[in-house]
Design a protein around this ligand. Structure first.
Ligand SMILES: [Zn+2]
Length: 297
């Protein structure tokens, strides 16, 4: 199966349905999360930052005169929806230069291989998540082989704090490991008139059903999560976005904006607030797992 997908990718003969053999675990997961494949009209978030994903999974388009950037690629099967959204914004697919990834899980990297093929864009990711992207999500420290996706060829790896320059557009990678080993928070600046704001696409800080203690495939997980909560809380942040829109109350803010509150998406406390809630949830989960394991009396 993996060899077959690799052969298809290498040959460039990716066709819709080439990944039809996804395991039942993944089909069920997608069926249980209908918003992941639900249509959403694309729209401007702020300045050159646009929402181009399905309703329940953030896919961002950042435009620049020298080329455009996409962050994330939905779940396997979202590609037609994402590409239609990009076209509806008046963007030629071939003018997308880079595809970045928040982290190498199937709900954010699911169609990156196909998108890279169709756009000719280079995929850029952290070193640690490059390994997971290139093996198509197999052997995930928490999920094992349950949620694979077509393997992604990563053209360039970024380190923590590294900035990518595309003309005037500067995107900076901040590693926020834990959710995956190479989980990445991307930051950039978007302007409207002379008002320039820090946009932060906060990497996932959740640990859904994770085994936090003594996972031999990720011994430093707890330390990494703790580092990431502090990192996100400290970032300059005017508009917080996230791979799952609900994590930063995105749709509530968008609704408020539609009702006339022009600045409803702007909240310099949003990154800190998300980090705080994620941290509290994590500590509770950790304490429970410790108690269950008899580590804490
Ligand atoms: Zn994830």
């Amino acid at each position: 199966m993996r060899l077959l997908i690799t052969a298809i990718l290498v040959s460039g003969l990716i066709v819709p349905g080439a990944y039809a053999q996804m395991p039942a675990s993944e089909r069920t997961n997608i069926a249980n999360n209908p918003s992941w494949t639900a249509a959403q009209k694309p729209f401007r978030i702020y300045g050159n930052t646009w929402y181009a994903g399905p309703r329940g999974l953030t896919v961002l388009l950042i435009t620049a005169p020298t080329g455009n950037v996409l962050i994330d690629g939905g779940v396997p099967g979202d590609v037609a929806l994402i590409e239609a959204n990009i076209r509806n914004l008046g963007i030629n697919l071939r003018d997308i230069k880079w595809i970045l990834n928040s982290h190498a899980h199937s709900d954010h990297a699911g169609d990156i291989a196909q998108l890279a093929h169709d756009t000719g864009a280079q995929v850029i990711a952290s070193a640690a998540d490059t390994l997971l992207l290139e093996r198509g999500g197999y052997d995930d420290p928490e999920y094992g082989d349950r949620f694979p996706f077509p393997p992604v060829h990563v053209a360039r790896r970024v380190a923590d704090g590294e900035s990518l320059h595309l003309g005037d557009l500067v995107l900076t990678a901040r590693l926020t490991p834990g959710h995956t080993k190479g989980n990445t928070t991307w930051t950039w600046t978007s302007c409207e008139d002379n008002r320039c704001l820090h946009i932060v696409d906060v990497g996932s800080l959740s640990a859904p059903d994770y085994n936090l203690i003594g996972n031999p495939k990720y011994p430093n997980m707890v330390k990494d999560f703790e580092y990431s909560f502090a990192m996100v809380a400290a970032l300059p942040c005017d508009i917080a976005l996230a791979p799952h829109p609900d994590m930063v109350n995105f749709w509530e803010r968008v609704a408020k904006r539609k009702q006339g509150d022009a600045d409803a998406l702007i909240d310099s406390t949003a990154c800190r607030a998300y980090a705080k809630i994620a941290h509290e949830n994590f500590e509770a989960q950790l304490a429970k797992q410790g108690a269950d394991a008899g580590l804490v009396k």
